[in-house]
Design a protein around this ligand. Sequence first.
Ligand SMILES: *Cc1c(COP(=O)(O)O)cnc(C)c1O
Length: 395
Amino acid sequence: MITLESLGILESNPTPFYFYDTNLLDKTLAKVIESSRRYGYDVHYAIKANANRKILTRIASYGLGADCVSGNEIELALKCGFKPEKIVFAGVGKTDSEIEFALDERIFCFHCESVQELEVINQLALRKSVVARVALRLNPDVKAGTHRHITTGMIENKFGLSIEEVYEVKELLSKLKNIDLIGLHFHIGSQILDLEVFRTLSQKANQLKEELFSNSRFSYINMGGGLGIDYANPNNHPIPDFDGYFTAFYEHLNLEPNQKVHFELGRAIVAQCGSLITKVTFVKGPSSRKFAVVDAGMNDLMRPALYDASHSIINLSSKGSISTYDIVGPVCESADCFAKEIKLPKVERGDILAILSCGAYGEVMSSRYNMREIPYAVYSEDKLEPVYLSKELNT
Ligand SMILES: *Cc1c(COP(=O)(O)O)cnc(C)c1O
């Protein structure tokens, strides 16, 4: 539980800032490793969820692989200690220079999302006289039951290859001498809490493997990430149900001998360890609608504006009587709102609020909109010296 004391000296840590509970991150990493090892599964961390160097270095030190969606993510992953042979590269729009960089760094595998991409990887690999390991990302047309902006495995989504395109790939494959097709990749969306969805995905994967690749001897199956977290009650569920998640695949995914299953989890690993700490600038509005204006904005945490996401918010300074507030930021957009009509102990100018469960898709999505500062980060293990993200990026 976060307290004012745990934040260190607020005079030297001006708000807003991200606060990371590194102890919870350690516990989460230990648990994800324990749960996945039980079935011999390999886990990659999806860098896009949080690319803070200190967090990345921590995760790499546990031996996890990395799942990258840009050349810069690959570069950062390598700098932070992820091993090239544990890096996979996904994304619908890999540029030639990103592909060349990944080939030069000898990453483990490209997750290929189109026929054209496969041809380009082949060409570029040929030019370098190397063979690229590739897995095909299939669009399994499975509903993730999550927000439409984080659903990726339906036919109307841009991700992955349709069955029609897979037939095209199969025709081409014998000509693509610099491609080593090692497996298949699936990822259907994010913030999925209903484990039934992962059972359905496993069954759909079985069916597609059987239908399309009955003669192939794939060594690699990647089932993606997507495990959700409890945004409503983070203190009751600080660590997601990794056992339930991996067991859903273990019980329903059919494997051939020597097939290795990988996952790429982002949110489930980092979301609960991060909070956005912000100070109340003003309390305003008619008695029927009180707004607490805070010094963090949608540029610091975009999830509420982008996905209608709701985060649990606590008032660390007040034990006053409960009232109802909208928590809004200073940015000139109506979408700059963190919560509507929530109950909090009496909020006053100068109070410190914590927006919880912000470790994933928080700091990493920050921007300088309205010429605001990029938020910095403070870590529970060393509260004294704030590390400025913008400074890190310049070095
Ligand atoms: C975003 C993404 C992930 C991670 O998703 P989480 O919901 O954060 O676990 C994994 N794989 C791919 C291909 C992604 O795009």
